[in-house]
Design a protein around this ligand. Sequence first.
Ligand code: NDP
Length: 483
Amino acid sequence: MTDSDRDERLTVVIFGASGDLTRRKLAPALFHLHRTGALPQMCHFVGVARSQMSDEAFRASLLEGAEDAAGNDSSWTEFASRVTYVAGSSTDDDSLRQIDQTVSDHCAGGRDNRLYYLALAPSLYPDTLEALGRCGMLDETSGFRRVVIEKPFGTDLASAKDLNQVVHSVVDESQVFRIDHYLGKETVQNLLVFRFANTIFEPLWNRNYVDHVQISVLESLDTEGRAGYYDRAGVLRDMMQSHLLQLLALVAMEPPASPDADALRNEKAKVLQAVRKYGIDEAAENSVRGQYAGYRDEDGVAQSSATATYGAIRLFVDNWRWQGVPFFLRSGKALSEKTSEIAVQFRPPPHTIFDNEEPGITPNLLQIAVQPHEGVHLTFENKKPGTRMGTAPESLEYHFPEGIIRDAYERLLLDAIEGDQSLFTRSDEIEMSWQVIDPFVESWQKSLRSQLFPYERGRAGPAAADEFLGEDRAWRMHGADGS
Ligand code: NDP
């Protein structure tokens, strides 16, 4: 350890520390990072929420969430001794001054680096940021000040712009980490490696060889008691604007010239900029939506609710590489399986000389399983054994070994602590994503229930979503036939 390392102090301040995200995701991730020695030696954690709680009670609540990670591990006691709880509001100056004092006390004699994590309801982001600024807690004279902002970032283009304006009034973009935990997933990062560390796929990765791309993020669970929140968001705001558009950007972007965060984010932003922006009628023509049976009986949902719990949209990336190639994005709740996957379907050969009973052959398909069964799956044609010269699809696949994939929050927390913004969304990316999604939101609101297809829980979604793909295309799912 160098002298300068010895001087470094880090405090992770979590606002919204009594909430679900802290307990289920942040506490296990921070504990694991601490246990594996990934965090600075002099690291402290301060939880903030309005509920009155002792340090001991707070630590016990964290252990509840981290039980799987902590088990009987003695290092939990050491981790817990670094945890403090402050009861107070993130928007109240007196509370913030108390937190500031607590952190400064921990850092006496060393450099006072801080990561503020806003695990709060999004409506609290502006007031919290302004209060942090007002109390001088974002000033970087004595150490870095970084702010992690959870999703959703805005509810449409206008609100995202307003929020970006507040953010930039108190911090520089280099201090901001807008988190989309999908980007922390090993398989999502593997997409970059797969594309840019191999030479055999990149020459085919364009309109000349790719017929269409499917990006699916499907959930088997319903709204799990959070229907009140979900009913205001729906599938477009909850999933499409963030996770699915980020996946699209990674699939479609050009190779960045360097590993720098900005080089990567520039390329993603260029893709989002090139995504065709629809008018309201075009958005209606290029989408289909559904609602699962019984959704309107859930707490917090009106009987007249037209909120879509399933959506499929067709996008085009208007640039040289992707002109005319449809990108189908779909997501939904209460479906038959929980799975996230990217499927790149290549064009069929232009002419067939083989003796198949059914005319034509199965086009090549590359599937990237984001979760579960994380890995890659390539389908190709092979000779069907026998006396005829027929063909049949076979596959090559690789799956990451069980148990080696770490939770996305671990990677992202460490990146934020280390100041690496590569896997965080920049302000322009967020605004461009809303520009893509807003016409769909407007169009779906306009036609309300007239085009909202019901579907049974535990099924693949509304039948209309299958027709939406067009002739000769089917939804693909590794290990399933797309149903
Ligand atoms: P919760 O409602 O479970 O927790 C929010 C916490 O904020 C509560 O514990 C509340 O505690 C605290 N809080 C409310 N007002 C204040 C205030 N003024 N000052 C300080 N603390 C306050 O929400 P989640 O943990 O589920 O979500 C937090 C954020 O993370 C949201 O933006 C959500 O969209 C996002 N997110 C959550 C995910 C999850 O899996 N839960 C996944 C992805 C994103 P108290 O009443 O004691 O103040």
